[in-house]
Design a protein around this ligand. Structure first.
Ligand code: PEP
Ligand code: MN
Length: 340
């Protein structure tokens, strides 16, 4: 339910509406608007009678919301969410195309700093690199843990680029929040509802990857978990889904970009690295992502991919990455986004 206040309501009227919502055991989300204020209600299981609110002073109308993803959908919020970041002179979303790049994993200080300098020079806006790596094999490299986060912080200090890195559980979430600017929740954890709730309580934006077998609705419901806990800074990221195709690691679902943008106000990025798993497919799919309306990309780059401890075969070389950024910038002139 969305309660629309009339244009001359008083503060007391608004307080009365919020108190009524809370007295019913629901949560109130105040949404200030250009014309007037609206109050979104979450936490109700079934339908609420609009008259409960329409009879209160200062209320213009109470509108039932049909979508289960109330906060991530467009019913509660018009326009596009922009997510400003410290150190980034522009926000993620709302007409900006954001380029995030770096290695799959932080492997050493030297490796991370070399790649951070290279992607900064090529025009990246943010740095990526995993310190906690969810791997298919228990015997594979699982990241440098807190040491990896220290290295990322050093790379940020040197390049000025904000850092995105993954948290895989409550302990790593606490640590990642100490060092990183944006917290990534990976595909494998998209339905880790306990972790999503915790991410909803932190003071950091979240990059929420789509699970490899998740429908768009399930993905938006996962975003809803974070938003419902009070963290409104969520960016979505399509990273490829499981299909019958074996010619690439995953099938990058670019159909979902215009579909999710129609339903949600949240910024949507694309990860063509995990989406394809193959170096020569990454740049074409990154360009395709921009063409279908993605608001940014997250790309794996390595200067010595043959030595990489994870995902070497899908890493772009710095020179390839640099060329891609120039192409994406040029495309922005036609498509109407700003890459900077
Ligand atoms: C990653 O970006 O490092 C990663 C592990 O991606 P995903 O969760 O999409 O597999
Ligand atoms: Mn990877």
């Amino acid at each position: 339910m969305l309660v629309l206040m009339d244009s001359h309501h008083s503060k007391k009227d608004l307080k009365g509406v919020i108190a009524k919502i809370e007295s019913l055991g629901y949560r109130a989300h105040t949404i200030p608007g250009a014309q007037s204020t609206a109050v979104g209600i979450t936490g109700n299981q079934g339908a609420i009678d609009p008259l409960v609110f329409e009879n209160l002073p200062g209320v213009k109308e109470a509108i039932p919301v049909s979508k289960p993803y109330k906060l991530s959908g467009r019913d509660f919020k018009h326009g596009e969410t922009r997510i400003p970041l410290d150190g980034l002179r522009r926000a993620v979303g709302a007409g900006n195309f954001t380029v995030i790049a770096g290695p799959c994993a932080v492997e050493s200080e030297k490796q991370m700093l070399r790649i951070a300098r290279a992607v900064k020079k090529a025009g990246a806006h943010m740095l990526r690199g995993g310190a906690f790596k969810p791997r298919t094999s228990p015997y594979a490299f699982h990241g440098l843990d807190e040491e990896g986060l220290r290295i990322l912080a050093k790379a940020r200090e040197e390049t000025g680029l904000p850092v995105v890195t993954e948290a895989v559980d409550p302990r790593s979430l606490d640590l990642v929040c100490k060092y990183a600017d944006v917290i990534q929740i990976g595909a494998r954890n998209m339905q880790n509802y306990a972790l999503l709730r915790l991410a909803g309580g932190i003071d950091r934006p979240v990059l929420l990857k789509r699970g490899m077998s998740a429908t768009m609705d399930e993905w938006l419901m996962s975003a809803e978990y974070i938003l419902a806990e009070g963290n409104s800074r969520v960016m979505l990221c399509e990273r490829g889904i499981r299909t019958f195709a074996t010619h690439t690691r995953n099938t990058l679902d670019l159909n979902v970009i215009p579909a999710v943008r129609k339903l949600s106000h949240l910024p949507v990025l694309v990860d063509p690295s995990h989406g394809t798993g193959l170096r020569d497919k990454v740049a074409p799919l990154a360009r395709a992502a921009a063409a279908v309306g993605a608001q940014g990309i997250i790309i794996e780059v390595h200067d010595r991919p043959e030595e990489a401890l994870s995902d070497g075969p899908q890493a772009l070389l710095p020179s390839e990455f640099s060329k891609l950024v120039s192409q994406l910038r040029a495309m922005g002139k036609v498509l109407g986004y700003r890459l900077g």
